[in-house]
Design a binder for this molecule. Sequence first.
Ligand code: ADP
Ligand code: MG
Length: 472
Amino acid sequence: MHPDSNTVWDNCLIYIRNNISEQSFKTWFTPIVPLKLENDVLTIQVPSQFFYEWLEEHYVGLLRQAIDQELGMEAKLEYSVIVDKGNDENQPFTINLPTAKSGRPKRPNGQQQYSGNPFDLESLDQVHQKSHLNPQYTFTTFIEGDCNRLARSAGFAVAAKPGITSFNPLMLYGGVGLGKTHLVQAIGNEIKSNLSDKFVLYVSSEYFTNQFIEAVKNNKVQNFTNFYLQIDTLIIDDVQFLAGKEKTQEIFFHIFNHLHQSGKQIIMTSDCPPRDLKGLEERLLSRFKWGLTADLQQPDLETRIAIIQKKMAADGIDIPANVIEYLAYSVDTNIRELEGVVISLMAHASLTKRDIDLELAKQTLKNIVQDIDSEVGIDFIQKTVSDYFNVALDDLKAKTRKKEIVIARQTAMYFSKEYTNHSLKSIGYHFGGRDHSTVIHGVQSVNDMIDTNVKFKSSIEELKKKLKMRTV
Ligand code: ADP
Ligand code: MG
């Protein structure tokens, strides 16, 4: 007599149960229903797509062993997934799970990856390892500079004693690409390496929100909350994303209070200071201010140089110091863009099989920097101004102190400061390597002339129009 699917599956379960924790067994294996056994193919039914993916990801080996033992190496396992509880329009579909040797099964066609909340199904044990931290984001790879010193040292203190310092919550804020995510993940990684028994979790506010929505849909809010209440260090990135999402804020408020009262560490980031966070409830904002708020600023030139050097060293690439300086001077918006430029330069060099030199760097940057300047670039300003005043373009960058050239040069500096994101240092660099105080002086002179000289003032107005034509 051939064994039936129930018997085979029961035996498989005995094997499986002996090999995993009771909690995991309950979560992942008791909901499975054996459907049929035909020609050495065992079909089991699982409650959702996500369930199937989870099994595939985590238990494929174990399932294989159990099946091998019961039915032999040639046997196969098929899953039948209940979609929408298998109503008429949505028939349950079947996925073949090939034998272990033939590799991992593909996702069933047309099925979206489950995007819901996995945590309500997982035991704490299982997620413990998964903090959603990128191991590359550490303190070692985070360059310190004036722009981030306070945030970094506060982060370091928190990492040494999570929940114990008065920096709770720790709120880091700053514009895009300035290192918020890197720094908070560095704190998370540091805590994990010092205190391996602590449950650290990094989530973006977007992820948190989606998980919550999914939990509401599936009547799992209690599980969702319980899960979060077990965390020792909760890192929640980009809280500005919670703006206007009242229900999510409410649950976050609840979680926040509980964790804070239990001496658990909370770390948050935002793209602006808490006082400017619009659409967040006052009671939540007031809690954000309980601990320490620190900002990340635009990196200065030295920090930018150090960041490029570090990145090059990490990638084992050598580029000349003058190229590094040029890049650091030219890209002063944020670190993400700086990294982007360095990567394009490396790509450019390898595609054209050229060494990285100043010439190549300039070529690569030409397009990118214009984008970064958003609307007008220094080059364009210099050209427009020199045409207007009828002086040679090169003279703007030369040492000449002739009056009409000085005025044109200062006017171009003035517009570079007004219309581009370049720092004073960087503007000086584009004017023949002058220092930032010369730029300040130039801008000041132009302002003075605007106030005192009607003719000059109207020249400035005309130039504005010319430059604006380019900006629209
Ligand atoms: P944000 O979250 O503020 O938008 P990220 O943390 O994503 O910024 O940083 C953007 C990129 O810049 C990342 O690749 C990050 O590693 C890098 N970065 C930012 N700050 C630093 C720093 N101080 N040292 C080294 N790399 C940095
Ligand atoms: Mg970020």
